[in-house]
Design a binder for this molecule. Structure first.
Ligand code: 5CA
Length: 445
């Protein structure tokens, strides 16, 4: 993309309404625009990152054997009357009437609707296990929407639902989600710690939240800091192997890590003092096992091997897709702007032309742009007739992890400059070598 033809409405001033750094930077970098309290338009740069995050979520869900579908945002109230949650959900639910005076609602989550789909089409244990998920907009009429996309009213969520014949199989689905989530967050450059949590309006008693440590997080967290060193990495996982998946979950949940809702002071005090930490965290996902809560209420049953009919065992599993942008920025920025991890960056590299209109510089930039594209790498080429300082400031603000700087002086020596946004370190390379270098860096992402 050429910046002269792009739509990147960066702000010079720091918006006064934004209290935390991720919200400020998303507004300044022209990623989002607030349309009403807690409701945002996703401008092109923000939308690109959102789509990259969605793509990682899809890849890791499908790797675990989970199947994507798409349910609507609007749901009939009658489904929620069956489960009893239409009245229970309270003021967070946005209720709507259509022209025929039928009650609808903008879905805050989809347990009822997916249970309805299941009961209409599945009848036998032979069709299990089954996990269906979607990435869809949700609406919760939060009393205090704040911090930009972090606590929105309309927000994008991945929500998945498992259907299993018995409790052991359902707990395996729960564990599968935990492992898939660990890899999902790692690919986004995040350390998200699974912490024992409380279930709230979803129900059930087995639930973990995934928390990214950040001082601006809304949850208070208590943990053994050795948990932050654990990494799933790229180990191959057989998602059908119950013992293997359970072992990984054991590895990530045996050290103490809880939110204030489930905190146990006696257990916490038993941690060696040097490792005992209290902090704050951003909840980027939550998984639940709730058994037959919805299947019993809504008559979702299967015939088992011995011919009896039982309510299906279920759980639900959510990732805060739009919230993740805020969480990633909270975890990765400096005073000049965002620093995108390679896994989610909107463009792989920025190209800064120091002397627009200079034939050699223009030609070298065009050549780099094409050579990167040939390697499957995207570039944002700043081809505007602007001062170098302004170009650097824009690149630093929007946070592309790598920048190639091209100017007549370097070109006279056959080199361009490759700079890391994270470390600020630069290296002079031939244009060909710079492209090779970027291809190597991104081969691991
Ligand atoms: N049905 C279950 C799992 S699918 C569910 O709704 N879980 S949840 O309530 O925990 O939401 C899942 C994730 O959505 C949360 O972990 C959080 O990351 C994100 N989320 C929840 N509320 C908001 C909000 N108001 N703004 C942005 N993200 C949110």
């Amino acid at each position: 993309m050429r910046l002269s033809r792009y739509f990147l409405p960066v702000l010079k001033e720091t918006p006064s309404e934004a209290q935390i750094v991720s919200h400020r930077l998303m507004l300044r970098a022209g990623m989002i625009r607030q349309q009403a309290a807690g409701i945002y338009s996703w401008l092109p740069l923000g939308y690109r990152v959102l789509r990259r995050i969605e793509a990682i979520v899809h890849q890791e869900q499908e790797r675990a054997g989970h199947i994507p579908l798409l349910m609507p945002t609007l749901q009939p109230a009658d489904l929620w009357r069956e489960s009893g949650r239409y009245d229970d959900y309270g003021q967070e639910m946005l209720r709507i009437q259509d022209r025929h005076k039928r009650d609808l609602l903008y879905g805050p989550t989809n347990e009822e609707m997916i249970t309805d789909i299941f009961r209409a089409h599945v009848n036998s244990y032979k069709d299990l296990p089954l996990t269906l998920y979607h990435i869809q907009w949700k609406f919760r009429d939060e009393i205090r929407p704040r911090f930009g996309v972090m606590r929105g009213r309309e927000f994008l969520m991945k929500d998945g639902y498992n259907f299993d014949v018995d409790k052991d199989a359902a707990l395996h689905a729960y564990n599968r989600h935990m492992v898939a989530y660990l890899r999902t967050y790692e690919r986004m450059g995040l350390t998200a710690i699974p912490m024992r949590a409380a279930s709230g309006p979803i129900g059930g008693d087995n639930t973990h939240e995934f928390l990214v440590l950040a001082q601006t997080g809304e949850s208070e967290v208590f943990y053994d800091d050795r948990v932050t060193a654990l990494k799933l990495g790229d180990r191959a996982v057989d998602f059908d192997n119950r013992a293997e998946v359970a072992d990984i979950c054991g590895e990530f949940t045996s050290l103490y890590a809880r939110t204030d809702e489930t905190h146990d002071a006696a257990l916490f005090d038993a941690i060696p003092e040097a490792h005992r930490k209290v902090g704050r965290g951003i909840e980027v996902g939550q998984i639940f096992y709730f058994g037959t809560k919805y299947s019993e209420a809504m008559g979702a049953t299967v015939v088992t091997a011995d011919g009896s009919r039982v309510p299906v065992e279920m759980g639900s599993h959510g990732i805060g897709v739009s919230r993740l942008l805020g969480a990633i920025i909270e975890a990765s920025h400096d005073e000049r702007g965002i620093i995108w991890p390679e896994g989610v960056t909107p463009y792989h590299a920025g190209i800064v032309n120091l002397k627009q209109g200079d034939a050699a510089a223009d030609g070298a930039c065009e050549g780099l742009y094409a050579a990167l594209a040939a390697k499957g790498l995207t570039a944002l080429y700043d081809d505007r007739d602007e001062r170098a300082g302004a170009k650097f400031a824009t690149m630093d603000l929007i946070g592309l992890p790598w920048r190639i700087t091209v100017g007549p002086r370097g070109l006279a020596n056959g080199v361009v400059e490759l700079t890391s946004r994270r470390t600020g370190e630069s290296e002079e390379l031939s244009p060909e070598a710079a492209v090779e270098r970027l291809a190597e860096i991104y081969a691991n992402w």
